[in-house]
Design a protein around this ligand. Structure first.
Ligand SMILES: C[S@@+](CC[C@H](N)C(=O)[O-])C[C@H]1O[C@@H](n2cnc3c(N)ncnc32)[C@H](O)[C@@H]1O
Length: 244
């Protein structure tokens, strides 16, 4: 058995990410994101930056109508995104510190990627960085990590992928340590000609109340609100609009 830090979650395990998340309807999610952007006044074509874009599954759909750019901290995730989106600008960068020579009408950060940050200070820095990359009147759309009041501690989860040459089973168990969720993932990976590996990853997520997240967004210069009907059940979306 090998033990990995959270960064390796999107490193050595990146190649199984799309298969294990095949249940996720990125097309419908992208349509919902466009609907939200439209409702805030971003009609028609909008320049769009997806931060922590992972393997580029939202960008794949958004790019059909909008000029898009992606940023992610993981080279391995971006390698997969580049195969999917060979003509799209994809940049390795940390959401707190990346700098692009471009401003956007929409900055999104989805599937609770902000939950990987370790402190509220990092969250504030990240929101300020999103604001920095928005045009006046532009909108940040951020999918938060779990609401601390809605945690179901001790829960277990299972995902599986049954491909012709690769089989992956992922079991997860979630607990809480202070203001963090601690989720233990055990992967069993069977690959044709290679045998079976067991990889254990512990993922730590920062728990921050909704009101505090909105406060941090406002302090970063974004007029913020929460909408309950987001992308995934129970998570909602934080919306932050930059002054015109
Ligand atoms: C759950 S995945 C979401 C990927 C994609 N947004 C999606 O919806 O499939 C989280 C992503 O956040 C990225 N990530 C984690 N910490 C980051 C950071 N500090 N800056 C930029 N990306 C980060 C990971 O590399 C990973 O691709």
């Amino acid at each position: 058995m090998t033990s990995s830090k959270p960064s390796q979650f999107y490193g050595e395990l990146a190649k199984y990410y799309d298969d294990l998340n095949a249940w996720k309807d990125y097309r419908a999610e992208s349509e919902r994101l466009e609907e939200i952007a439209r409702s805030i006044g971003r009609r028609g074509r909008a320049t769009w930056l997806d931060v922590a874009c992972g393997t580029g599954r939202h960008l794949e759909h958004l790019r059909r109508k909008h000029p898009v750019v992606g940023v992610d901290a993981s080279r391995e995730m971006l390698r997969i995104a580049r195969r999917r989106l060979p003509k799209i600008r994809l940049v390795v960068g940390d959401m707190r510190t990346f700098r692009l020579d471009q401003r956007f009408d929409v900055v999104s950060c989805l599937f609770s990627a902000i939950g990987h940050l370790r402190t509220e200070r990092d969250l504030g820095t990240t929101f300020a960085n999103f604001a920095r990359h928005l045009n006046p009147g532009g909108v940040a759309i951020v999918e938060p990590w779990l609401d601390p009041t809605k945690l179901r501690l001790g829960s277990v989860y299972l995902r599986a992928y049954d491909g012709p040459f690769t089989k992956v089973v992922r079991c997860a168990f979630s607990t809480r340590r202070g203001n963090r969720t601690v989720i233990q993932y055990h992967y069993l990976i069977a690959e044709h000609g290679r045998g079976i590996r067991h990889v254990k990853v512990t993922d730590v997520g920062l728990l921050v109340s909704r009101s505090r997240l909105l406060e941090l967004m406002s302090s970063a210069g974004l007029e913020s609100r929460f909408i309950a009907r987001g992308l995934m059940p129970g998570r909602g979306l934080l919306i932050g609009v930059k002054d015109r």
